[in-house]
Structures are given as C-alpha cells and as structure tokens.
Design a protein around this ligand. Structure first.
Ligand SMILES: C[S@@+](CC[C@H](N)C(=O)[O-])C[C@H]1O[C@@H](n2cnc3c(N)ncnc32)[C@H](O)[C@@H]1O
Length: 318
C-alpha cells in the first residue's frame, strides 16, 4: 500500500501511487525525474530513496527550477537539478557516468504552465501567443502561426493532433496574419471550421493548440531522442517509467519498450532464430495503467494519462 503524502503543489502528480508501486524505488537508489514540473512525483520518489539516495531533476522550464529549490529544501536525499531539455541533460549525465535505478518521464505540460495565462498555453485565456516551455527557446507559437507556410501549419495540425479540418484552419490562420494573441488564434480556428464542427463537446481550438504546442517545443523529437538514452544509462535491474497523455506519445513509449522486451527480430517464418538478440526488458505494466475512477474524479486533468513501466533485465531479479 503506497501512502501519498505530498506537499500541496499547483500540479497534482498523475498516477502517482502507480508510479511508486511499479518503479518501487529502494533506499539508497539513484532516480532521474526527467520532467520535474511541480516536483509532485519527485517528492514521493525522494521519500522512498531516503538519506542515502540521490534524485536528479530535469526540466527546461525556469518555473520548475524555482519549485525544485522548495522541494530540495525538504527532501531527505541528495538533490540536484539540471535546467535543460531532457535529451541533452541525459547525455550530460551519461558523460558523467551516472547510472540511475529509476528514470521517470511525465510528458506534456504541467498545470502550472497551463494556468500561467500569460504563457499562452491555454485557449481559455487571452494572452500573447507563446507556448514555450523554455522561455529562452528560439521558436514560439507566434512564429509558427505567422511565419510557417500554410502547408507546414496544416501538416502540424494533422500530424500532431489528427485535426480533420487542418487545411481550412491553416488557410484561415494565414489569411488572418498577423496573429498576436491566443484569442485571435481561437477565432481563426473557429472560422476555419465548418459550422457543424464549431459547436459540440469541448473547445474547437483544443487540437490546434495541442499541435502548435508540440511543434513549438519539439516534444516528439525530444521523446525519440531521450528514450534510448535513458534506457542505455539505466543500471541493470533499473526501471523506466513514462506517463503519456496522447497516442503520439504513448505509441512511441509502447513500441520502444516492446522492442526491448521482444529480443528476437527474426521473421516468424524462420524455423530457428538467426538474429541471436535476447530480450533486454521485462514489461511491468502490459497494456499500460490508467487513472482509477477516484483519481479521475479528483483530478480531471489525468483523464488521458497512461503509464508504462519496464525493468531492464540483468539485475539481481534478472
Ligand atoms: C506534466 S509536467 C510534469 C509534472 C511533474 N511530474 C509533477 O509531478 O509535478 C511536464 C514537465 O516536463 C517539462 N518538459 C516537457 N518536455 C520536456 C523536455 N523535452 N525537456 C525538459 N523538460 C520537459 C515541462 O516543462 C513540464 O514542467
């Protein structure tokens, strides 16, 4: 039974009990939280690894760096923070020879980021078009909507959010340039939709905002680069956990872990294995774990979350 005693943060950690149960951090272990955010998961992990453990937090957002100072002041273990993209931060830690026992990813944006209206992540507030998790990064939402060719915007809406009306929304965005605020973008999206799609469940701009945010923050490229790094550096017996919020993220995690768990890649028609590859991973959450009805009722933002965890074979537990 996992007891949840985290301090109040603005971001409620999703699937927190499941993360702790499945990664099972032990006293003295080293944990990397690649998406520190409000530090909700980190605090629980820190409690588990205790005084002899080390927790390394990573986040590209300076607001997370501020939060880290508060969490570190109360944590029992050694704490360290890297403000960087998780792919480059992991490469730095590999170069230092860090060999973690647990690596956690909790993809996407935090509630702190969504609720900071001035950062432009939300279609519910009128704000400058920004959406950068790292405010020092070069590309902003304003640049995407005002500078990208119409075809590239449409492609992003299709690829990153399955937007059926990608072409007409992209056309309207280009016609309405220059766009400077989130409200102007919401209006352009509405105009680009057929009347039947303007009203219905949820805000019709939701998918466009998701797609532009993913493009601005190179979210999928970062995941593709970081998963192999995290897996390589993990100690034998180490656990890799990832929480996804949409199918583009989850598909990557699922495939990545399934490939490591499969081992042999020979075509099924071959009578004997020729590749000689052995499984490197044991899947601990086949199919993934989703929030319980209780968590959904308490934290509706957890609705689309799915947790996958795998153990790297080769430790004492094989
Ligand atoms: C869903 S929140 C994590 C919340 C955290 N687990 C908690 O309990 O408070 C995701 C965080 O990851 C960060 N992030 C997303 N992609 C990142 C990347 N490629 N590199 C570094 N940080 C990233 C975001 O800035 C955000 O703070």
């Amino acid at each position: 039974m996992v007891t949840l005693t985290y301090m109040p943060t603005d971001h409620v950690p999703v699937l927190a009990a499941e993360v702790i149960r499945e990664t099972d951090p032990r006293p003295g272990e080293t944990v990397i939280d690649c998406t520190f955010g409000g530090g909700g998961h980190a605090r629980l992990l820190a409690e588990r690894i205790g005084v002899a453990g080390t927790l390394i937090g990573i986040d590209r957002d300076p607001a997370a760096a501020d939060r880290f100072e508060q969490v570190a002041a109360e944590a029992p273990c050694e704490m360290r923070f890297l403000r960087a993209d998780f792919d480059s931060a992991l490469a730095e830690l590999v170069a230092e020879g860090v060999e973690p026992d647990v690596v956690l990813f909790d993809f996407g944006v935090s509630s702190m980021q969504i609720d900071a209206w001035e950062r432009g992540f939300s279609y519910s507030f009128d704000a400058p078009l920004d959406m950068r998790m790292d405010p020092d990064a070069g590309l902003s939402a304003r640049m995407v909507v005002n500078e990208w060719p119409e075809s590239r915007i449409a492609e992003a809406l299709r690829n990153y959010a399955d937007e059926r009306h990608a072409r007409s929304i992209a056309r309207r965005i280009v016609e309405r340039r220059p766009l400077t605020t989130t409200a102007e973008l919401v209006e352009a999206v509405r105009d680009g939709l057929p009347p039947s799609a303007r009203f219905g469940r949820g805000n019709p701009a939701k998918r466009t905002f998701q797609a532009i945010r993913i493009a601005v923050n190179r979210e999928l490229e970062a995941i593709d680069a970081a998963l192999p790094e995290a897996w390589e550096m993990l100690a034998p017996g180490g656990r890799l956990a990832a929480i996804s919020f949409h199918s583009l993220e989850d598909r990557r995690v699922k495939r990545f872990l399934a490939d490591r768990a499969r081992g042999c890649v020979c075509p099924p028609e071959l009578p004997v294995c020729r590749c000689g590859l052995e499984p490197e991973a044991k899947l601990l959450t086949r199919g993934g774990l989703v929030p319980s009805p209780g968590e959904l009722a308490e934290n509706p933002r957890s609705a689309s979350a799915r947790l996958r965890v795998a153990r790297k074979l080769g430790g004492v537990e094989g």
